[in-house]
Design a protein around this ligand. Structure first.
Ligand code: ATP
Ligand code: MG
Length: 371
């Protein structure tokens, strides 16, 4: 009897030791994986889902689900049995998800307390990986923004150069064309041709003007401007067009909005360019909302539509001069570069929020005290 119980406890000890070794191996392997920076997150999760069941007492009856930010990662044999463990994954003091481990009901077995502790250890490793991933993602976003700003600055310099070089010959073409027309009694056909030269030169001058606005070659004429007033006054001529297109205009203007120091006609141009884009994005009708608000020393103006929206790739390109998705007679691709140039020269910022099929919101931020 004595001998038997002694033998049992030795077997139990060996069993328990084996379990601990399995658990330690699991933690060791996951820690090792967590330190591998070359591993993509999805691959990392796949391997973790492979390792966890093997550290439990009955691997073939074990299924595992890891939920992170609402997304489920499941082991291949997952079956939701009654017997289960759930532990939270918290990164940066924020609950990000859970690790759930299940035994199949048919196995009729129970989890050990040590296994819960092990999963808590795994959850800590996952949290570290999530924290690192968060830092890497925001670094990458910052790099992208820097590259974008850098590219726009280079294009700005190039456009400034081209605009400057073209401006002079263009003025000559326009000036002499107008002289020809006014000073000579031209035959009808010749007069028509000269008129075409003048019209083309005027069009080219408009493009040059926009390029100069984009490359911040037109210094703003600063004075006190009230954006609410500018919106009320500047919008009436768009209202007719909106009505024809079944677009409802909603104005949500904050009362007693402070003035900003800005170039009124350039601000008007910003409003028009954004509103025209919004209307063009809603060929079937919709709602165009203009909002103003003030928080601290920053004024925000929003132009929001319920139109076709844009995907991430498209949003990346919209501030590049001559980028357009519209037909030749519909757009030159200079509307948003102009908005960008004007807001930059006012030391402001632009944010774009867009979702394909859901609409787009342009948010313009300007300081009340614009030094
Ligand atoms: N509100 C919006 N909804 C969906 N797409 C938009 C919106 N605003 C801009 N875009 C996209 O960004 C592109 C660039 O816009 P931008 O105003 O610079 O040029 P454009 O409208 O094509 O031509 P232009 O303004 O010179 O007449 C557009 O062609 C369109 O694809
Ligand atoms: Mg446009």
């Amino acid at each position: 009897m004595n001998y038997d119980s002694h033998a049992m406890s030795a077997a139990e000890t060996i069993f328990a030791l084996r379990e601990r070794v399995k658990e330690l191996t699991c933690l060791y392997r996951i820690t090792d994986l967590a330190n591998r920076t070359d591993l993509a997150f999805e691959d990392f999760m796949k391997q973790v889902l492979n390792i966890i069941p093997r550290s439990m007492q009955y691997p073939s009856a074990t299924g595992c689900r890891i939920q992170i930010d609402g997304k489920n990662y499941d082991s291949p044999n997952l079956e939701f049995g009654n017997e289960h463990i759930v532990v939270d994954i918290s990164a940066n003091q924020q609950l990000r998800g859970t690790i759930q481990v299940y035994y199949q009901d048919s196995a009729n077995v129970e989890f050990l307390h040590e296994e819960t502790l092990l999963l808590k250890g795994v959850a800590q490793q996952l949290a570290l990986v999530l924290e690192r991933k968060g830092i890497e993602d925001s670094n990458q976003k910052l790099q992208e923004q820097l590259r974008h700003a850098d590219r726009l600055a280079t294009i700005g310099q190039l456009s400034a150069g081209i605009a400057h070089e073209i401006n002079e010959p263009l003025s000559a073409i326009l000036g002499f064309g107008q002289l020809l027309k006014s000073d000579y009694q031209l035959p009808e056909a010749a007069e028509k041709d000269v008129q075409k030269i003048i019209a083309s030169a005027l069009h080219a001058r408009e493009v040059v003007r926009k390029l100069m606005l984009f490359s911040r070659q037109v210094p703003p004429k600063m004075k006190d401007v009230n954006l609410n007033k500018l919106i009320e006054e500047g919008f009436y001529f768009l209202e007719n067009r909106c009505q024809k297109q079944s677009i409802t205009i909603v104005k949500e203007l904050q009362e007693a909005l402070p003035d900003i120091v800005a170039d009124a006609s350039q601000m008007h141009q910003v409003l028009v360019n954004l509103s025209v884009n919004a209307m063009q994005a809603m060929p079937e009708g919709g709602t165009l909302t203009i909002r103003t608000s003030c928080s601290g020393d920053t004024i925000e103006m929003q132009v929001a539509d319920t139109g076709i929206g844009m995907d991430r790739d498209l949003v990346q390109k919209i501030f590049i001069p001559f980028f357009t998705t519209k037909d030749v007679d519909q757009g030159t691709g200079l509307g948003l570069p102009v908005v960008h140039g004007i807001i930059s020269s006012h030391h402001g910022a632009i944010k774009v929020e867009s979702e394909p099929g859901q609409g787009t919101t342009f948010r313009i931020f300007l300081k009340v005290n614009n030094d």
